[in-house]
Design a protein around this ligand. Structure first.
Ligand SMILES: Cc1cc2nc3c(=O)[nH]c(=O)nc-3n(C[C@H](O)[C@H](O)[C@H](O)COP(=O)(O)OP(=O)(O)OC[C@H]3O[C@@H](n4cnc5c(N)ncnc54)[C@H](O)[C@@H]3O)c2cc1C
Length: 609
């Protein structure tokens, strides 16, 4: 058994920041990650990091923009903690050597981004995430923090108390991709999930193949509620053939969207009379698809993003990476032609329910970064707010697990925070096929840490043996493709009740087929077939949680548009959609949104740009 004070699962931006913070507190900390840290998806972030750094800007304005962007579904304590701490985190990065783009006078440059009332997005060219990841990885190496890379964490080692709020997380079980060893990891101080996004639940996504929602799925099955899972961001500028992102930085620098008629539709068709292309992402994505649906799309599929007028010098200085992406993936020279773009899945606003200190309702289990929901993005994330979020809340989770007193959190977690239960009519029963699946034995007998870990290691060894010994059956890739297809068809930008129900039916079929899944490659080393098979189960769980949440929320808020309910219903729906697994049977309940900040209450207003 491997033993440390603090275990961080994931070596992306959130994981690295959490590990550094726990180490600062004197903890013996280790990172367990399925990818080498610098291959994590944070490295793909292009546009930038928001922080109120200038005298003319303020954290209060950043907090307000974030709350408005969230369509009043974000929690004020989280948003205020975020906006206050983001500047220090950016300065910290700068002190660690992050090569920010700069003004002539040496100050860190900032550019406009969608939904921001001030140009507060700091950046390093159009490769911000890459530089950020390397800067923090250097700190991890410098501090001698142990990294178990290419170890796939497949389950959490949690006690089996009936009430999830009594459970304790003592560690995790991981599979060494290089040797096939299944190891138990014990953490005496805390386990921090930092596993990133879940974009692989969709087939047109900006997310990497590794973004399979492992963290939310593992936490959900262990008894932690997942929050606002229906809130999925579709980014308006992805390349049609691959889903590769064209950064919002292009529009921030002045890039223009045109339809097939050559109209600058964001203004000309009245989608966002003030901000135009720099309206919030949900607004721009809906506008583009409306244009396509009304016959104004190019090849009935996409619109054009034009940056030619910015001039070669500025493009090469600030957006060079974009030229390479457009050329490599679409064969388009962005200096000479407009680039084709359409909306694609990009970000999960929802995730593992945590408070401002990163704690879940299970003792000793934390989450940070995209896999977590604190909640500060609510129904729509503003561009440039994910990177500072993972810095601020990654650091807080690390400090807290490392032993620092951060004060009592104001955000309540766990089923005891429930304000009302929901009874959604679903066409098929969601959840596990075999309820009471061996994840949690649920008799309260499993308490002693090493026994807990041994129990979960044994269960995992059994599962892997079964998968490897089975000689035929269904290939996981077929199941995964079906899930991705139904999610993209039915749980996309525009959502309808019948389609959501169809998706739930398809997901049930996927679950049934998954029962018969088998791994073609019988080897124990570098068996990507095995890893992808395990991931596919996680994809099914998160896809179903997204769809259940989308069916339950009968209103239009932020990224969540419903054909039958095309208005925001503040009287009824300023509440978080919560899903608890309850030993295999998901239940839906709600908890209130916290609109009261430190000094003011954020009154919901009409959201226009
Ligand atoms: C193309 C793109 C561009 C973006 N640009 C911006 C931007 O400019 N500004 C902004 O604010 N946001 C941006 N975002 C969003 C932001 O980059 C992400 O939300 C953020 O980087 C996620 O960081 P993370 O640390 O949570 O996850 P990741 O960086 O994805 O790291 C996840 C880590 O978890 C590990 N892991 C996952 N599952 C397991 C497992 N089962 N076992 C072990 N390890 C596991 C992985 O190996 C990885 O190390 C962008 C997103 C995309 C997709």
């Amino acid at each position: 058994m491997y033993e440390h004070d603090v275990l961080v699962i994931g070596g992306g931006g959130a994981g690295l920041r959490a590990a550094i913070a726990a180490h600062e507190e004197g903890a013996d900390v280790a990172i367990v990650t399925k990818l080498h840290p610098v291959r994590s998806h944070t490295g793909a972030a292009e546009g930038g990091i928001n922080a109120a750094l200038r005298d003319a800007d303020s954290w209060e304005d950043h907090a307000y923009d974030t709350m408005k962007g969230s369509d009043f579904l974000g929690d004020a304590p989280a948003i205020e903690t975020f906006a206050k701490n983001a500047p220090d985190e950016v300065i910290n990065l700068e002190h660690w050597g992050m090569p920010f783009s700069r003004e002539e006078d040496g100050r860190v440059s900032q550019r406009p981004f969608g939904g921001l009332s001030f140009p507060r997005t700091t950046y390093a060219g159009a490769e911000t995430g890459h530089h950020m990841l390397h800067t923090m990885y250097e700190q991890v190496v410098k501090r001698g923090i142990e990294v178990y890379d290419e170890w796939y964490v497949s389950r959490l080692a949690v006690t089996d108390h009936d009430d999830p709020e009594d459970r304790v997380c003592h560690g995790c079980v991981a599979y060494d991709i290089k040797s096939g060893e299944i190891g138990g990891f014990r953490a005496t101080g805390g386990v921090i999930l930092a596993t990133g996004g879940l974009g692989q639940a969709f087939d047109h996504t900006t997310n990497a193949v590794a973004n399979t929602g492992d963290g939310p799925a593992m936490a959900y099955r262990a008894g932690v509620p997942v929050e606002d899972m229906e809130m999925i961001q579709f980014h308006p500028t992805t390349l049609p053939s691959t889903g590769v992102l064209i950064s919002e930085g292009v529009r921030g620098e002045g890039g223009i969207l045109y339809n097939d008629e050559g109209e600058r539709f964001m203004f000309e068709d009245g989608y966002a009379n003030n901000e135009g292309e720099l309206a919030s992402r949900d607004v721009v994505s809906r506008a583009e698809l409306t244009e396509v649906n009304e016959g104004n799309g190019i090849e009935d599929e996409y619109v054009h993003l034009d940056m030619r007028h910015l001039g070669e010098e500025r493009i090469l200085d600030r957006l060079e990476n974009i030229l390479h992406l457009a050329e490599d993936f679409e064969g388009v020279d962005g200096l000479e032609e407009p680039m084709p773009v359409k909306p694609g899945q990009h970000y999960a606003m929802g995730g593992i329910e945590v408070d401002e200190n990163g704690e879940t309702c299970i003792n000793g289990l934390y989450a940070a970064g995209e896999c977590a929901c604190v909640s500060m993005h609510g129904a729509n994330r503003l561009g440039g707010n994910a990177l500072p979020e993972l810095l601020v809340f990654g650091a807080r989770a690390g400090y807290h697990a490392g032993g620092r007193d951060l004060g009592e959190a104001r955000i309540d977690t766990g089923p005891s925070a429930m304000s009302e239960e929901e009874d959604v009519q679903t066409p098929v029963s969601p959840g596990a096929i075999d309820a009471g699946d061996e994840d949690i034995a649920a008799d309260g007998a499993l308490v002693e840490p090493s026994e807990v870990i041994d129990h979960h290691v044994t269960a995992e060894e059994r599962r892997v043996d079964e998968l490897l010994e089975k000689e035929d059956g269904v290939n996981h890739a077929e199941v995964r493709a079906d899930v991705q297809e139904t999610m993209t068809q039915n749980v996309n930008v525009f959502r309808e009740e019948d389609n959501l129900k169809e998706a739930l039916e398809d997901l049930r079929v996927a679950r049934e087929r998954y029962q018969d899944v088998f791994v073609r490659d019988p080897s124990r080393t570098f068996n990507t077939d095995l890893i992808h098979t395990i991931e596919t189960r996680n994809i099914i769980d998160v896809a179903e949680a997204i769809t259940l949440g989308a069916l339950a929320r009968e209103e239009f808020r932020g990224a969540h548009w419903r054909k039958e309910h095309q208005e925001r219903k503040d009287d009824e729906w300023i509440k978080h959609t919560m899903l608890a697994w309850n030993d295999g049977n998901p239940t839906i309940y709600y908890k209130p949104v916290e609109l009261e900040g430190e000094d003011k209450t954020y009154e919901p207003k009409e959201r226009s740009y």
